[in-house]
Design a protein around this ligand. Sequence first.
Ligand code: HEC
Length: 138
Amino acid sequence: MVLVKKVFLTTALLSVSLFAADAQTILNDNGCFSCHAIASKKAAPAFSGVARRNQRFNGAGAKEAIMYSIKNGSQGKYRHFAGLKMPAFSHLTQEELSSVADFILAQASKGGSCKGGGQGHGYGMGMGMGMGMQRGGM
Ligand code: HEC
């Protein structure tokens, strides 16, 4: 079942983006979208906000941090979702985690709450980031 769907999806979306097709299959199959949406809040922070938050706080380590959170679960990082918990998806393989993390990071420019753009270099320098209003709020 899963395999058939995967092959179908991959074929259908091949011309768009291979990694995205794969990642979306994983997200669908694991029910991620029952709590998350790409660019709007649902029962969990939007993937676009997750991408921006991790880029801001974790810089070059953003991808790893996201993979870690999916595998081990997460709680208390996003103020709006303080009472809620991200379940652990420990059965996902490194490849699946990697594909999903790439997909999530690629959503950074979606949605409207931050200025977006200009990501990539210059973060993680330890300067000018201590403003106190950087926490949560996605
Ligand atoms: C039961 C609801 C639920 C499901 C299902 C769910 N999540 Fe989450 N997710 C959350 C909540 C709530 C948070 C916020 C956690 C926090 O505040 O630390 C979150 C946070 C996250 C984060 C951000 C963690 C961080 O460190 O910034 C990522 C990435 C994420 N989820 C990915 C996924 C993926 C991928 C799936 C499917 C495999 C998934 N989620 C399924 C509820 C869910």
